[in-house]
Design a protein around this ligand. Structure first.
Ligand code: BV8
Ligand code: ZN
Length: 241
């Protein structure tokens, strides 16, 4: 990344009418939360289809809960990093023209102070009843296995969107709106392979937005974006403000 590219990105952030941001596991990697793909990724040691699908949960809810319990215990020790904090600050500076879409379930954007956000894959600190569907905040670590609903006594599940499940209608509507309305989309720390989020940069581009990617590596999206900044999110995102 050249100094000119960084300066171009800074001036785009400063002059944008409406900014939308899409984040993935890479932004939390700098806080010590493991990513999914790549050399150290979670999917190297676990198979998504064994753990992050409704079928896996039906087959073996204890195994799936053990995995989420392990991740909850790990995430509970982590803090937002300068990239999360910079996005919260960007929102404070321009609350009416900013929206954050995250694929991350770790809740670190909220801890950093972001409020105008869609957690499109859910939140690991929320549980949902498999029968009465009530959603509750739950920060117990470790959780009892298996956790049961206080209202109706049935099995709880993580309030997370698994592979093969649809994202929530309200989130999809909001994402469509903020992607079409923004003139700048920042795509930070995502491999860009999980749909529908993998299609978000194309939607923003179609409607004329500039797209800037921040990632340690090139991704399948790098060819599509207007500017690709390579480096760590925790170093680069604060420089954009
Ligand atoms: C749906 C559980 C409708 C949550 C997750 C074939 C073609 C097209 C689509 C499909 C297909 N087959 C199936 C599908 C649909 C499927 C899909 O996209 N599959 C892909 C994999 C092919 N999608 C769905 O099922 C979605 N639902 O489409 O509904 C439907 C319904 C029924 C049937 C069909 C369609 C639901 C998606 C489920 C999302 N849930 N997992 C959990 O427990 O956490 S996805 C999982 O991946 C995570 O949630 C995560 O959020 C998501 C995305 O990953 P990334 O965040 O990008 O992370 P990754 O590790 O990959 O990359 C990290 C990046 O960071 C790297 O690029 C790295 O270079 C970078 N990085 C690292 N460190 C840093 C950094 N960058 C900057 N700084 C650093 N320090
Ligand atoms: Zn219930």
């Amino acid at each position: 990344m050249s100094p000119e590219e960084l300066s171009e990105a800074r001036s785009r952030v400063a002059s944008a009418q409406a900014i939308t941001v899409l984040t993935g596991a890479g932004i939390s990697a700098d806080s010590g939360v493991p990513t999914f793909r790549g050399a150290e990724g979670l999917w190297r040691s676990y198979h998504a289809e064994d753990l992050a699908t409704p079928e896996a949960f039906e087959r073996d809810p204890r195994l799936v809960w053990e995995w989420y319990n392990w991740r909850r215990e790990l995430i509970a020790t982590k803090q937002p990093n300068p990239a999360h904090l910079a996005l919260a600050e960007l929102e404070r500076r321009r609350p009416d023209t900013f929206w954050l879409i995250t694929q991350n379930v770790d809740g670190l954007h909220r801890t950093a102070g972001s409020q105008r956000l869609s957690e499109i894959h859910g939140n690991i600190w929320k549980v949902r009843c498999t029968v009465c569907a009530v959603i509750t905040d739950n920060h117990e670590t470790p959780l009892p296995l298996l956790p049961m609903c206080r209202q109706c006594g049935n099995l709880l599940r993580p309030h997370i969107v698994w592979f093969g499940e649809s994202l929530w209608e309200e989130d999809l509507r909001r994402c469509d709106e903020v992607l079409r309305d923004c003139d700048l989309l920042l795509v930070i720390g995502t491999s860009g392979v999980v749909y529908p989020a993998a299609g978000f940069a194309s939607i923003a581009k179609e409607t004329g937005a500039m797209v800037i990617e921040i990632n340690l590596e090139t991704t399948p999206q790098s060819g599509l974006v207007d500017l690709s900044l390579q480096g760590r999110a925790k170093d680069l995102v604060p420089l954009l403000l």
